[in-house]
Design a protein around this ligand. Sequence first.
Ligand code: AMP
Length: 220
Amino acid sequence: MAPVLILLGPPGAGKGTQARMLQEDFGLIQLSTGDLLRAAVSAGTPAGLAAKAVMAAGGLVSDEIVLAILKDRMAQPDVARGIILDGFPRTSGQAAALDQLLAESGQKITAAISLEVDDAAMVGRISGRHTCASCGEGYHDTFKRPHTTGVCDKCGGTAFKRRADDNAETVRDRLTAYHAQTAPLIAYYEAKGVLERIDAMGPIAEIRQSLGQIIAAIAA
Ligand code: AMP
């Protein structure tokens, strides 16, 4: 059965960065509800219009909108290779809906991996981050600069963008939403026997290696 992995952790824990790397290392498909919602906002779809203000304020978009967007994406054929859910589920309602969605196609969660970090470091991690506007490669002003200033290592692009919600004030609201609504999912997956925890405070390459070991052990 193709793996279904969940990356859990607060904003800034490195879920998106690591999901992209797992996509490269294992050929899994990264499903980021944040990316899907940002695409809906840019496209001006009804879901995007409804989500825009909530996202700008650092709150959680309604389960109804998020589930509709995720189901659409999970109907694409490439997800048969296995998926890494990044930023989903974020509420107990979403976790229950995911269980049901997977059960309908005879699948279940392979592992939920909690990236364990100190909240205090998250504001700094998020405030400096930006991505290549062409290929989406992630960078950070302090922790991960391109080898040549202003040029993307991956694709040579020279335009970079920063998320509107990556500012200190909104990050604090996003962390509050995480602790109130998402952190309880760690116990939910622990009770199901699928939880793995890794220390995600170290260098990106080390975390990539720890994740790789977990996935290799699951696949073995
Ligand atoms: P992210 O890119 O995962 O940091 O998500 C950015 C924003 O999109 C969040 O602060 C929420 O407003 C919204 N969002 C992303 N995923 C979800 C989700 N699973 N449930 C509710 N809101 C979400």
